[in-house]
Design a protein. Sequence first.
Lengths: 254, 295
Amino acid sequence: MRAILVVAGNTYRETIRDKILYNLVLFAILLIGTSVLLGTLTIGEQSRIVNDLGLAAINLVAVIIAIFVGIGLVTKEMERRTIYTILARPITRVQFILGKYLGLGFIIVVNIAIMFAMFLATVWLSGNAIHRSLFQAVELILVETLLVMAIALFFSTFSSPILSATMTLGLYVIGHLTSDLKAIADKSQSQLTEVVLTTVYYVCPNLEFMNVKGQAASGVLVEAVYQMTATAYGLLYAGLILTGACLIFQRRDF
Amino acid sequence: MIGMLQRQLLLWVVSAVLAACVGLLHIKLNHWNNAQPKLQQVILLPSGEFLRIASLGYRELMADVLWLQAIQMMGDRTLTEESGHRLYQILDRITTIDPKFVRAYEAGSQALCMLVVMPEESNRLLEKGMRHNPQQWMLPFLLGINYFFELKDDAKAAEAMAKAARLPGAPERLMRLSAKLFVSAKAPQQAVELLAKAYEETTDDNVRAMLEVRLKESIVERDIQILEEAIRRYQDLYSQRPKQLQDLIHAGVLGALPSEPFGGYYIYESATGELRSSEMKDRMRIPVRRRGEYQ
């Protein structure tokens, strides 16, 4: 466990040194700027627009960090040859992968926490009510981001950064469309289409389970049991993908 | 080596357990989502104007994604009125994001009449489509269908059909259909004007020949209406029907008898008051039943 925490700590420090927190400036501009601008375009829906934009911006920035930092976690160490010095120490490959994941996970948690605080301040300053549903949405955004991060890490254990980013983005898009794919499969006349789409539906992660932004922006709470089930689903799926990443990484020849 | 194999085995076992747990949770969440009405999520969508801006240039893509969802909703054979309103909301948003999405207007307006009886909303959608796509003949045509079958407003149906008939690509028979509708709406003069204009503009000899016949039929309908009106005024003056059509001229309620355009004459049955052309077997009528007229 100590080895995992050491790797995680190093990953955290390294990522912070890469000025990852600069993204918060982008987030602030995106959130505050567009909230003020678009808020004026609407009548009576300003609170909802601010909520929609805030949650979308948090989600977008967090997923971008998860993908583009996640794909570099392992490959960067390999390119710099620092992986040899790390693995020469009493650190197993599984511990290395888990440590890397934990380190970036912590960065994500800190980022989302700061963005959420800025978002709540914007909501409060614009004179709108802060609903409990916003907390639910952000919690599930965090779970979704952790899952996307695991996917990025998984691909980076066996492919190049560009390919990893492309595949992760692809899976992210599919993850949000699987419900529609299932509906199309149910109504499809072709048996082959039905089988293929149903398989895609059950094999790919369904990220829509963790998407309650629409309800949250309208102040509609989701049931606590659903929240917990979706959280468990996301985290267990991330665990499954990480296990796969460990299995592949163990077989790699350095 | 043995330690390595043990670790591998452990990882495989962990993977299998996690996969089983994920599978179970997937099914549970799936049941949860399926229990929610498909249309319920639509109410949570922001306005179309906002979505249009938020799509960041991917307007067509966003409209397509929403359209796919709308199609899933339309997959149900019938909808409640509440679901119908939500369907209208999503169609309105789709067409606000991408006002050129002609298919959404066409299929959406039909679903609003077939799956749930909401002709006013259906017409609103079609009128919006006509504003943004003035060259699409199908939209005013569907509007005419709605006015005729759903709202039983023949005059507006005829106007919409006439508009559709004048657009490029519209089938030639639309012109005849709109003429029939004008006749049905007791406005045969408009049918005559419409067909006369179409006759002048058409260069195809076959089409001209067909339009000529339809134009003459409309003139017959207009003449019969004029004669009926004159008979009514005669009855008001003399409290009885005229014996023959010439009596209308002698009584001063009609200047001259109209000439039958096919070269025939108008037959008048004084006993029943029935009027018809010697050359036309059937009157211009649309032999269909509309909503609410089915047994």
